[in-house]
Ligand binder design. Structure first.
Ligand code: SAM
Ligand code: SF4
Length: 332
């Protein structure tokens, strides 16, 4: 690690990685368990790691990251809303000084009852995953999920008044790639921003390159114009286009590498810091906390792991699928 990455006080911002990128966004996987087990996300062999962090431990980790310059936190999983204490986890994190935004990515199955309590706990934004409007297609992706509960959950989220709702769609050839225009209309009718994600190699299915999808939509008569302004506003990996009904996002990890602007760091559900979605560099924050580490010890471990953060993921390399932690364990 270069001296620049190790300031005298490891808690002092900025939090830089090995490439000199400033980290401001933390993704926390609050559980590796899921009530859906989608084919592209959850290998049958994935049993999960049972030792999850407590609400207090998440709060402690977020408070250390916030002192180092993290401002936005996303809770993901597995399915974050199956944690019985998810409202408390959200509340504690939203109250950490320095944290300005708490978002959750969810499959919506528990939103009917939780949309309002989470909003009141300080969650400002939800990303909701819905790959299809057909129950039969949904069943081919997840044998376990309750399709009607998802649709009710989405309507509950729309009614709860979140500042921003996004609809995440993983596009798979021959499964849901003909539904893209319908999903755009469904999202825009609810003032949600639909985002279409290229399938990454964590499970089954064939990806559809973003450009092909855009050309197919345009060929079918949908007006789609690139919206460069949104890129600066969102600073995330999605690239936005403007349709008549609103914005449409595309996330293209395979065909438009977004790693250059990476500002994110991940903590897996067992408390391991992962410096990159597609990498292995890590720090065992959970073990350190249980061993009595001070905030400065944690900050030092975080900086050391980020000192090995690669310049980009390696999804396109042969064997990538077998060398990665399943999506359910790292949380997307
Ligand atoms: N259970 C929650 C959900 O489904 O929204 C949160 C966890 S899930 C791992 C987070 C996001 O990752 C979801 O939008 C999901 O569609 C996406 N995802 C899962 N596996 C993926 C894959 N192989 N390629 C691309 N996106 C994937
Ligand atoms: Fe569960 Fe979400 Fe993965 Fe589907 S995408 S298996 S809902 S964690």
């Amino acid at each position: 690690m270069t001296p620049d990455l190790l300031p005298r006080d490891p808690l002092t911002p900025p939090l830089l990685d090995a490439q000199g990128r400033t980290m401001t966004y933390l993704r926390l996987s609050v559980t590796d368990r899921c009530n859906f087990r989608c084919t592209y996300c959850s290998p049958a062999s994935w049993g999960g790691k049972r030792d999850l962090l407590t609400a207090e431990e998440f709060e402690r980790i977020v408070s250390v990251f916030a002192r180092m310059g993290i401002r936005r936190v996303r809770l993901t999983g597995g399915e974050p809303l199956i944690r019985p204490d998810i409202v408390e986890v959200s509340q504690r994190i939203a109250a950490v000084p320095g944290v300005t935004q708490v978002a959750i990515t969810t499959n919506a199955s528990h939103l009917e009852k939780l949309a309002v309590p989470l909003r009141e706990a300080g969650v400002t934004q939800l990303n909701i995953s819905l790959d299809t409007l057909s129950e039969a297609t949904f069943r081919s992706i997840s044998k376990q999920g309750d399709f009607a509960a998802i649709l009710r959950g989405i309507d509950a989220a729309v009614a709860a008044g979140y500042a921003l709702l996004k609809l995440n769609v993983v596009v798979m050839r021959g499964v849901n790639d003909t539904e893209v225009a319908d999903l755009i209309a469904y999202a825009h009718a609810r003032r949600m921003v639909p985002r279409f994600i290229e399938l990454m190699p964590f499970g089954q299915g064939t990806p559809v390159p973003t450009l092909e999808l855009v050309e197919r939509l345009q060929g079918a008569g949908l007006s789609l114009v690139p919206d460069e302004g949104q890129q600066e506003v969102t600073s995330g990996p999605a690239r936005y286009w403007r349709a008549r009904g609103g914005l449409v996002g595309f996330i293209s990890p395979l065909t438009q590498n977004f790693c250059g602007g990476c500002n994110r760091v991940r903590v897996a559900s067992n408390g391991d810091l992962r410096s990159c979605l597609g990498g292995r560099a890590q720090a065992p924050l959970h073990t350190l906390i249980r061993g009595g580490a001070t905030d400065a010890d944690l900050a030092l471990a975080i900086r050391r792991a980020l000192g090995e953060k690669p310049d980009g993921h390696r999804f396109s390399e042969p064997g990538a699928a077998t060398s990665l932690l399943p999506m359910m364990g790292i949380g997307g």
